[in-house]
Design a protein around this ligand. Structure first.
Ligand SMILES: *[C@@H]1O[C@H](CO)[C@@H](O)[C@H](O)[C@H]1NC(C)=O
Ligand SMILES: *[C@@H]1O[C@H](CO)[C@@H](O)[C@H](O)[C@H]1NC(C)=O
Ligand SMILES: *[C@@H]1O[C@H](CO)[C@@H](O)[C@H](O)[C@H]1NC(C)=O
Length: 270
């Protein structure tokens, strides 16, 4: 009897840790990519009460972008095995309607419990899907060798410092050399690939600070995804517009930044 109870609990423990294994998260992303390519959300293993939002607006999953078949040219993901979440960047430059889509999913077991996407297309900040695709593909996002990986805290702190520095230029950001930023389709690293071209000066005041940060942290990749509300940039949304930053951190220093920001008015009215 005791033997059986022990066996059952061992089984449960194994299941609980397997739920957030990298493999389970990777499978969910493979299913997500298939669902997006087919325009068929039912290919994604969903919890009964799954929530779905696009650009911070709760949306019927059968009416959103996930229900449109999209030609995917490139995709890149990071996996958070502690928080059971994933971050995926989809480049769809050759799709009839070009998109860049950034998606954060959370899982319980092998089921997806929430899907949040920032869906960018023509008129969004510095949008150029062909440029985004070409730079995203060129970058090397290799896993960090074991023993050289940063802790979750170090990875998160690098990204937070970057976002905090927009409000306060005195915040020290651990930019690496080199560091390159892809903002929409425009790239800072095109002139000198060996330099740190990521430095972002403080934004003009009033700048309320970057709020509503939702993180995905991947120690193996040095990856950090931050969904956030980006203030100031969109003149019609001074308190923030839906935005994501996807960073690669190596040895505590920022190597790559991808920003995708949605605008309510063409190019955020700028
Ligand atoms: C969905 O259901 C699960 C299990 O019943 C629960 O833990 C979770 O909070 C629910 N999520 C939402 C968004 O309601
Ligand atoms: C998505 O990315 C994975 C991993 O790089 C790749 O194997 C797969 O072919 C990509 N899928 C599409 C539709 O581009
Ligand atoms: C490129 O950047 C590196 C590192 O900052 C610097 O040493 C080098 O002189 C730069 N090259 C050019 C052509 O500006």
């Amino acid at each position: 009897m005791i033997y059986q109870v022990v066996l059952v609990s061992v089984g449960l423990v194994a299941q609980a840790s397997a739920a957030c294994s990298r493999a389970v998260l990777q499978d969910a992303v493979v299913a997500y990519i298939q669902a997006q390519a087919a325009g068929n959300p039912s290919l994604l293993p969903q919890a009964k009460n799954v929530s779905y939002a696009e650009n911070d607006v709760s949306t019927d999953i059968t009416k959103g972008v996930l229900s449109q078949a999209i030609t995917i040219d490139f995709n890149r993901s990071i996996f958070d095995t502690t928080e059971c979440s994933t971050f995926t960047e989809i480049s769809a430059a050759t799709n009839k309607h070009p998109y860049v889509i950034e998606t954060r999913m959370t899982l319980s077991g092998a089921s997806v419990t929430s899907i949040q996407s920032v869906v960018a297309d023509s008129g969004d900040w510095a949008f150029n899907a062909a440029g985004q695709l070409s730079w995203a593909k060129k970058e090397k996002w290799d896993p960090i060798p074991e023993g050289k990986r940063d802790s979750r805290a170090v990875i998160k702190a690098a990204g937070d410092a970057y976002l905090d520095s927009w409000a306060d230029g005195k915040v020290k950001v651990p930019y690496g050399t080199p560091c390159a930023r892809l903002e929409g389709g425009s790239y800072t690293g095109d002139k000198n690939a060996s330099a740190n071209t990521c430095h972002m000066p403080e934004f003009p005041k009033p700048f309320p600070g970057v709020a509503n940060r939702r993180y995905v942290i991947d120690e193996e990749m040095g990856g950090l995804g931050i969904f956030n509300d980006f203030p100031f940039i969109d003149k019609t949304r001074p308190n923030g517009t839906p935005s994501t930053n996807l960073l690669k951190v190596e040895g505590g220093q920022i190597r790559f930044i991808h920003e995708t920001t949605v605008c309510a008015t063409r190019n955020c009215g700028r």
